[in-house]
Design a protein around this ligand. Structure first.
Ligand code: C2E
Ligand code: MG
Ligand code: MG
Length: 704
């Protein structure tokens, strides 16, 4: 029988003659009963040679083999078998199927050596890849060209437990990867993943190493987690390795950083840049002109910080932040600009509502703050700026609020001030002053001198130096138009240094001419913190040759109260040279008397507001308050000066109260140096008693 011949011996057509699989039949004794053409070819014998022969004799390698064993079992239990079988003599793999039939069994077999070997190779490769996958710390899968998971590492298997609840996650080998991923991924990233993977898999040859990546987040029992997915095609066969790296920590760190950039460390409130962003958004909303910024500046916070320590200061700021946050409406924002400045961004309110909010914010300070055992009362100055159609820029609105806050602060503690365009004018002026003072404006400053008179004899005791600015366009400017700016910018220190030199030189010059006038110079609080006061005074005295006891330094009580220890140290040194120290504007501050009188001071200047108050309270009376203060200074050996004597009645009052010295328009206006000397001469010629002359309406007030 020839291969392909479908006619068995006997002439009957052979139905299996053309079947490509090898087929033979064995009788119950294991003898060949039929062999088809394909089997003849594969066995290398003709049907004639085999029919009637026992298989194990013709092919001895079968004896005791898996094939024989299986055959026996088929005969025994009548059930078909299918197995792969390695036939030693030809060193090839075969796939064998044995079907029982009434006269023995039919055997179908096919050479699968090529396929089996490439399968093995692929499996080996897969094992190698799996080992590599296993070594990767991130959940990783190998996906076949059909999109099924071929292999996955331990991290992937564990990721389900870590990342998502439920037994279905993650996908197991054999499962469709994209189907598995629907369980962890939102619809959008899943669509992206599907598209990316489709492209990777669709590319045929020469596309190894191509990859795509995707960042996605998923909800998990430990909160939101972030993953960076990277899919890389690894071979021509179209297999793709997909790693899922947990980047939650990096994302959190980045978010934290972003958060930090926009928030204040101490209070956790939005910071300046975030506030500007939010304000910008509020202003940008079409047609919105109904928002407001309220800027709060804590009163005297520096003093508190310096005296109680920064830790307590920080805690206070946190408490203020907390109380303000509780007071605002949902949707509004409290931000901290830094230092002791807070800003509230209020949406949907007009000027009167914004003002009402400001007053409500003031009540936040009604109760004192408690840090440990310390109770601290606080108040705030509040500036309010309401959005207007012409204000489109957040910086603009914030600077309006700032100008309003500045105005609130200047009018005293615990005030609310609404922005008006004239405040912007004031702010512009402050900027001009700051710029010019840094330039050459110091050369345009002039000093005027106001006489200080003894109340017992009416004689001139000395003068107070008061600075003015001879502005080239605006004329002679009083100190309150520029000194606060100089204080803010620190220019007050070089100005005072110049003043000390100028006034001590003048006093020495006058003394040489026979006019001994004690010189009083106003010193700012800034000078204490700069710590150059002692040196500046010493240099001025040395250069001028003025005896130290001819110089009086005037300090306001608030400036001393800002840092009493530092003030005391410096004042003690100055006192040791013989320089006198006066407390100015007494009665306008709030410092404790005990603290004030513990300082080495020689003179107390009673502010004219106290005089006016005494006058109002007890018209005709000498003023019990005034008398009490003067009594106290007497006891402590401190000289008292009454400021702001404008009328003979004032003069009478302060005399009756027992003041030592007085100063005021009734007795003499501030005058330029030249006019002062003329004035002194005139007074001397008229007898020298300024008080008597003034009471008689004959003083010689020379102004300007
Ligand atoms: P001060 O030291 O209390 O000076 C007294 C102020 O009262 C002066 O105002 C003076 O002109 C004014 N004055 C004097 N007599 C009367 C009066 O009878 N009635 C009224 N209503 N006012 C009177 P001025 O010159 O405008 O100075 C204002 C403040 O500016 C000063 O108050 C002082 O605190 C500050 N200042 C002036 N010059 C200097 C300076 O050179 N350095 C520093 N740091 N501050 C200065
Ligand atoms: Mg003064
Ligand atoms: Mg004063």
């Amino acid at each position: 029988m020839q291969p392909g011949d479908d006619r068995p011996p006997g002439g009957r057509p052979d139905p299996l003659g053309n079947v490509p699989d090898a087929v033979y039949r064995l009788d119950p004794d294991g003898r060949f009963a039929y062999v088809n053409a394909a089997a003849e070819k594969m066995l290398g014998r003709t049907a004639e040679e085999l029919i009637g022969r026992a298989a194990v004799e013709e092919f001895p390698a079968l004896r005791g083999s898996l094939a024989q064993e299986q055959y026996q079992q088929v005969l025994e239990d009548g059930r078909s078998r299918e197995f792969q079988y390695f036939y030693e003599p030809s060193s090839r793999w075969f796939e064998v199927r044995i079907f029982p039939d009434p006269a023995g069994a039919a055997v179908l077999f096919r050479d699968i050596d090529g396929r089996r070997r490439s399968d093995e190779e692929r499996e080996n490769q897969l094992r190698g890849l799996s080992a590599v996958l296993e070594a990767l710390p991130s959940p990783t899968v190998l996906v076949g060209p059909d999109g099924r998971i071929l292999s996955a590492n331990g991290a992937w298997a564990r990721s389900g437990v870590e990342v998502l609840p439920g037994p279905a996650w993650p996908g197991r080998p054999g499962e469709d990867y994209l189907t598995a991923m629907t369980r962890g991924l939102g619809a959008r990233p899943h669509a992206e993943l599907t598209e990316g993977l489709r492209e990777l898999l669709s590319e045929t040859s020469r596309s190894d190493g191509r990859s795509f990546s995707l960042d996605y987040s998923a909800d998990s029992p430990r909160g939101t987690v972030w993953f960076h997915l990277r899919a890389t095609r690894v071979d021509h066969g179209g297999r793709v390795v997909i790693t899922h790296t947990d980047v939650t920590e990096q994302v959190r760190a980045r978010e934290e950083l972003e958060w930090k950039v926009r928030h204040d460390d101490l209070t956790g409130l939005p910071n300046r840049s975030r506030l500007l962003e939010l304000t910008g958004e509020a202003l940008a909303e079409a047609g919105r002109t109904d928002g407001a910024l309220l800027m709060l500046d804590l009163d005297g916070f520096k003093t508190i910080n310096d005296s109680l320590g920064h830790q307590i200061g920080d805690e206070l700021l946190r408490q203020v932040a907390g109380r303000l946050s509780e007071e605002i409406r949902p949707g509004d924002t409290v931000a901290r600009l830094g230092g002791d400045q807070f800003v509230v961004l209020a949406h949907g309110c007009d000027a009167s509502e914004a003002a009402a909010l400001a007053f409500r914010l003031q009540t936040v300070f009604a109760l004192p703050f408690q840090v440990g055992a310390i109770t601290v009362p606080l108040s705030a100055s509040i500036g309010v700026a309401v959005a207007r159609p012409e204000v489109t820029d957040a910086h603009h609105l914030l600077s309006d609020a700032d100008a309003a806050m500045f105005a609130a602060k200047s009018s005293g503690r615990d005030r609310v001030h609404l922005f008006s365009p004239s405040l912007r004018e004031a702010a512009r002026w402050r900027l001009e002053v700051a710029t010019r003072l840094r330039g050459d404006a110091i050369g345009e400053l002039v000093v005027h001198y106001q006489p200080v008179v003894r109340l017992d004899t009416g004689r001139i005791d000395g003068v107070e130096a008061l600075v003015r600015w001879q502005h080239p366009e605006r004329g002679l400017l009083p100190p309150d138009t520029f000194l606060s700016v100089a204080e803010e910018t620190g220019q007050i220190i070089p100005i005072t240094r110049w003043l000390l030199r100028e006034t001590t030189r003048k006093a020495a010059e006058w003394a040489a001419e026979g006019f001994r006038l004690r010189m009083s110079v106003n010193i700012s609080a800034r000078h204490f913190s700069a710590e150059t006061l002692v040196r500046d005074v010493r240099v001025a005295l040395q250069q001028s040759g003025l005896p130290a006891d001819q110089l009086v330094l005037e300090l306001t009580e608030t400036s001393v109260a800002e840092d009493p220890t530092r003030a005391e140290d410096q004042l003690s040194v100055l006192r040791s040279f013989g320089v006198r120290v006066a407390i100015d504007d007494f009665g306008t501050g709030w410092s404790s008397l005990a603290q004030l009188f513990s300082l080495p001071i020689g003179t107390l200047k009673i502010d004219r507001s106290l005089l006016a108050a005494a006058e109002r309270v007890a018209a005709g009376d000498t003023g019990a308050v005034l008398a009490a203060i003067v009594g106290l200074t007497r006891t402590l050996g401190i000289r008292s000066v009454a400021e702001g004597i404008e009328t003979p009645e004032h003069l009478r009052m302060v005399r009756a109260a027992g003041c030592d010295l007085a100063q005021g328009w009734l007795l003499g206006h501030p005058m330029s140096a030249d006019r002062l000397i003329d004035w002194v001469r005139q007074i001397q010629q008229a007898g020298g008693d300024v008080c008597a002359l003034a009471e008689a309406g004959r003083a010689v007030p020379v102004s300007g």
